[in-house]
Design a protein around this ligand. Structure first.
Ligand code: AMP
Length: 112
């Protein structure tokens, strides 16, 4: 099981904010912004570069979960960023595809 599958199964504690049949979302353990939530597909795709056409609907669902969680957390007015780190150069550390939802402060661009 990946770390995030263990979180979904309540084997590893996390503050889970949202769940549906296909995706779930929880607060990042080391927040990089006042709001930092991870959105994860239940299917453990290791990384974006390994997603296939069969994952198209699921990837869309992940974005819509990010939109829903952002709205519920009051980020619509100020705005927010959604990021996917893929592979070593991007600093991916958990190899179960996930979206970072970041908000609650002015975010720098380009990121470091
Ligand atoms: P990435 O570096 O894009 O793979 O992102 C992995 C993220 O998972 C990091 O931002 C970590 O802080 C976060 N993380 C690692 N372990 C946990 C955990 N047990 N609960 C919540 N977030 C975690």
């Amino acid at each position: 099981m990946t770390l995030f599958e263990k979180i979904a199964a309540r084997l590893v504690p996390a503050e889970i904010l949202y769940e549906d049949e296909h995706t779930f979302a929880f607060r990042d353990l080391h927040p990089a912004a006042p709001t930092h939530v991870l959105i994860v597909p239940r299917k453990p795709i290791p990384k974006l570069s390994e997603a296939t056409d069969d994952d198209a609907l699921l990837l869309g669902r992940c974005l819509l979960t990010a939109r829903l969680v952002a709205a519920r957390l009051g980020l619509d007015e100020g705005g927010y960023r959604v990021v996917i780190n893929t592979g070593a150069d991007a600093g991916q550390s958990v190899f179960h595809l996930h979206l970072h939802l970041l908000g609650g402060r002015m975010l720098d661009w380009p990121p470091g």
